[in-house]
Design a protein around this ligand. Sequence first.
Ligand code: EAX
Length: 328
Amino acid sequence: MTFFKPTLSRLALGMTLALGLTAGAAAQTIVKIGYATTKESHYGVGSTVFCDEIEKGTQNRYKCQQFPSSALGGEREMTEAVQLGTLDIVNTSTGPIGNFVPEVKIVDIPFLFRDYDHARKVMDGPIGQDILGKFPSKGIIALGWTENGFRHMTNNKRPIVKPADAAGLKMRTMENKVHMDGYRTFGILPTPMAFPELFGALQQGTVDGQENPIPVILASKFAQVQKHLSLTGHVYSPALLLMSPRTWTKLTDADKKVFTDAAKKAGAAQRKKVNDDENTGIAQLEKDGMTVVKAVDGAAFREALTPAYASYAKEFGAENIKKIQDVR
Ligand code: EAX
């Protein structure tokens, strides 16, 4: 019986192949990234660009596994998982983030930003970049700003033109005290709730309404459970790519730069998707059956906020609020 006698060259080839495959397989690290809305949404667009960029920039040594549509829970839950190191990255609105890094809360003040250009200039400038620097001491790495968008009110009771129309409505809010204090001045009854529970709560009528940017209202199909949309634009909702320090510290300096550059490109892509959704989304939502109030009495809402601004000035410093308002 003749046994297969591996010649030396066959053996060497076999070893090289095995080593090569093992090295190839062993060298690839999976990075898990979670976010609240669908893969087709602005968060999905930003996260996909981020993933493409890190795979390209690390020659596939890092590969993403995406968890869209709140598959890993609400934004607060996912951020806790990032802090614990059980989730590598979350692409999240600042909604619950003030509970982790208090310095973020100032950007959640209603009617603080004039428009998208103003908001993006602040986030990309010294004020926004300085806030990113406050995360590491709280056990989170902030890779960069992405974007959720200007928030508008929806509800099932009546059109909202001025604060008096919103008074008495039970509105779901994010777990965000700055928002809740502001909305109370409109007479709203704020009900903080994690995003994954929102669609069901609207469907059952547990809450009358909610507030979110057009991209979220579109992606989450809120037109199926909400009749009225009012373009209040009462809050600019920034978003962030947050990373676990456990994952971050394993990166080489070169790969850290790949990740932060990827976050910048993700932010730009997410902002573009927000612009696109803002341009086409309102007509789409009307087609989907929503009645849209376009001429909201913004001055009346700003006026109503006066008492809240007094407490914001106490909490954040009037000069810090003015610094943001003065960015041109
Ligand atoms: O970040 O909770 C919210 O209303 C957020 O806007 C949503 O999860 C997308």
